[in-house]
Each structure stands twice: as C-alpha cells, then as structure tokens.
Design a protein around this ligand. Structure first.
Ligand SMILES: Nc1nc2c(ncn2[C@@H]2O[C@H](COP(=O)(O)OP(=O)(O)O)[C@@H](O)[C@H]2O)c(=O)[nH]1
Ligand SMILES: [Mg+2]
Length: 389
C-alpha cells in the first residue's frame, strides 16, 4: 500500500467498552473481533502512575487494548477499557475522545461500582451516546436479567441519558465466541444498535491541529513516537508541531493510522506521529502536540462545576476555599485549588461557578470538560467558562 492510499472509505468512529471488572468487556471485544475479522493495534496503554504499586499480573489486567473493525456502514476504533477501580485514569483519559460507548453490565451481577463511575465519567466528559450490552445472559436467570435491566435504565436516567429508549441488548459473548449461531446473532444485534444509535460525529478538520498524547514510545535509532486520538484539525507528514509539556518543536517525520503509513490524518483519527531525534525521556502521556503557537498554557480559569453528592460516589463534606483536588483534563491530570464564590463552601450536590487555580500551567479553553478526583473518588466534574490568566 502506498502512503497516499486513503484507507477509510467509511466514516470513522471511536468507541469503547465500559463497565465494571469481570462483566465481560474483553470477551465481548473478542467476540466482535471474531465476528468482524478485526485487527488489533499495537496500542496498549502502559501502566499509569497510580498503577505502579500493583504487581505485574495486576497491571496486565489494567491495560486498555484497541481493536479496529468495520460494520456495513462504519469503521470503528474500539478500546476495551479496564474496569478495575485502580485503572480509572485510563477510562477518564480515553472517554474524552469517544463518539459513543458500549456499557457492559453483567446480567448476573447487575449495576456495580464501576458501572456507575463509568456512566458518570462518560456523561461528564461528553460521551453523548451509549448502547448497553446486558452480558453473560446465557448464565442468567430471567428475573435477575429483568432486575439488572431496570437498574441500568434507572442509572442512565439518573445521569441524563435516555434510560427509557437506550438499547439494552442481551448478549452472550462467550457463547458467540464458541460459534453458537443464536448467540452470534446477539453480537450482530448489538453492533446494529451501535450503528443506529451513535450518529456520525462532526469533526473539525479545519481547526488548528491538536493531539492529546496518550502514549510516548521510543523508536530505536529514530527518536520517539507519540500516539493518541486527534482532537481537532489535520496533520500532514512534514508539518511542524509543538509539543506542549517538554516545549519542543519539530517537523512530523512520519505518521501512521492504525499502523498504516499515511501522509495525512485528521480530527477523530487515532494516530501515531514519528518525532525524529526527540528523546523519549522528555515526552509523556498528557503532553499536547499542536500547531505551533496555537496553545497557551494557563493556570487560572472559572468553571461551571457539579459537586457530586456522597450518594453518587462523591464526598460527604463541602469544598471550601483552598481545597486542592486533582483535575483530569484531556489525557493529563494536575492538582488545583478551588475557590468557591464569596465565602461560601460548595456543598455536595451543588452546581455552581467557581474559580480554579492549577498548580501547573496547562492549555485550557472555554468549553473544555474535566473531572475532579480526590482520594481515589470522582468528586465532581465541570466545564471551563472563562480564562483568567
Ligand atoms: N457465561 C458467560 N461467561 C462470560 C461471558 N462473557 C464473559 N464471561 C466470563 O466472565 C469473566 C470475565 O470476563 P471478561 O471479558 O474478562 O470481563 P472484563 O473484566 O469486563 O473484561 C470471564 O471468566 C469470562 O469467561 C458470557 O457471555 N457468558
Ligand atoms: Mg477486560
């Protein structure tokens, strides 16, 4: 294949499996892969900082893997997310790039802690469209399935998704993988629902290029490769890009979409950029590659923030001025102080406008969405309103 060949004749979407650990996300991903003859990309998340305490076996389970496949109408990049609480960072940094998601809920176990947390994060980071796979139904009792479906619809309603009309497709990925036609049909029905429910996204290929970096890897003898999903704009081989973080600027020496060499990639494409001569050690997840001069790191902004009530996984206590949780913005996270308006504290359940001062300047812009975490819990979420400095 020449480097100029356009590979994607169909619209491209980014989706993921979300949901609690051991509810069947990886098995479902495998069943879809088997059905549609997908390819697995060599794109596996290295352990995030918070994973380091875990042993190697546990870390293996926390990686997210990406596959690609085509239905009759669409091309999908599908990320199989980890469901463990310790891996939530991967879900947060991946969710910002999703056009839709498959929420996997076991018919045996029903809604569990990370089912709730993933729905919350998806909603807060702007994932507008969900399809539910009610999984492991070959092993479930009818009454348990009905109960699980009711819990799911109530959860979706509680987070602003249409619980009444969201497709809840009963699947057995394990039996489909074993080749049982009836169960293969359930995977086909799920994919039809995704094709129907998730609209083709509108991209912004004409905006200044921006790539939040998911991974940075060394490429022997050549430099480094950074990868992620392009948030906006277009990049061509030879374009100059600035990497905000290490603050280096260079020409893109080559680019790949799913391991295929191309000369151009645009908003929505999962891409890897070769940065010749840049040592891997200066690059990291959370950096931003962008059109030179198009980004200004900022520390102070105002934001519209929803403080999660304790009943939804948040804190029981209010936030007072000077509270310093962690802000998850695109693929990075940074501590910041919260300053509620006037002298009042922000109480769990409040939705209000407040000031934020980050400990490290990071490019932010109005409408950027973020998640606020503290002590291993998602305590709030918000949207940037105005930049203050
Ligand atoms: N009976 C049954 N078991 C399943 C099905 N899908 C997954 N499992 C089992 O559930 C367990 C967890 O599955 P896995 O895909 O790893 O879950 P993940 O943690 O959500 O990725 C494994 O033991 C699977 O074999 C299914 O459709 N039916
Ligand atoms: Mg898994």
């Amino acid at each position: 294949m020449s480097a100029q060949t356009p590979v994607l004749a169909k619209p491209h979407l980014n989706i993921a499996t979300l949901g609690h650990a051991r509810h069947g996300k990886t098995t479902l991903t495998a069943a879809i892969t088997r059905l549609l003859g997908a390819r697995t990309a060599a794109d596996v998340a290295p352990p995030a900082r918070s994973d380091r305490a875990l042993d190697a076996a546990a870390r293996g389970a926390l990686k997210s893997t990406r596959v690609e496949y085509e239905t009759g109408t669409r091309h999908y990049a599908h990320r199989d997310m980890p469901g463990e609480a310790a891996a939530i960072e991967h879900v947060i940094s991946g969710a910002a790039q999703l056009d839709g998601a498959i929420l996997v809920v076991s018919a045996l176990a029903g809604v569990q802690a990370q089912t709730v947390e993933h729905v919350l994060i998806a909603r807060q980071l702007g994932v507008e469209h969900l399809v539910v796979a009610l999984s492991q139904v070959d092993a479930g009792e009818a009454a348990a399935m009905e109960r699980a479906e009711r819990e799911i619809r109530a959860l979706l309603d509680a987070h602003g998704y249409p619980g009444g009309t969201t497709p809840v497709i009963r699947v057995s990925a394990l039996r489909a993988l074993e080749g049982v036609p009836r169960w293969i049909g359930t995977i086909e029905a799920l994919l039809d629902a995704v094709d129907t429910v998730v609209p083709t996204p509108e991209r912004q290929p004409g905006e200044p290029f921006l790539l939040p970096v998911d991974h940075a890897l060394p490429r022997a003898g050549e430099g480094s490769v950074i990868s992620g999903t392009i948030e906006r704009g277009t990049v061509r081989s030879g374009d100059r890009v600035q990497v905000v973080g290490p603050d280096v600027e260079m020409a893109v020496a080559g680019l790949e979409v799913f391991g295929r060499p191309l000369t151009r990639a645009e908003a929505g494409d999962p891409v890897a950029l070769l940065l010749r001569g840049v040592p891997h050690a200066v690059l990291r997840r959370g950096d931003l590659a962008a059109a030179p001069g198009s980004l200004t790191p900022r520390r102070r902004f105002t934001a519209h923030v929803h403080v999660l009530p304790g009943a939804r996984g948040g804190r029981a206590e209010p936030f007072a001025t000077g509270y310093r949780p962690e802000f998850f913005l695109r693929t990075t996270h940074v501590f910041g102080a919260i300053n509620p308006p006037g002298a009042r504290a922000a109480r769990p359940g409040d939705t209000l406008t407040l000031g934020v001062e980050l400990s490290r300047a990071t490019p932010v812009q109005p409408d950027l969405r973020f998640v606020i975490r503290d002590g291993g819990r998602t305590v709030g979420a918000g949207t940037v309103l105005t930049i203050e400095g």
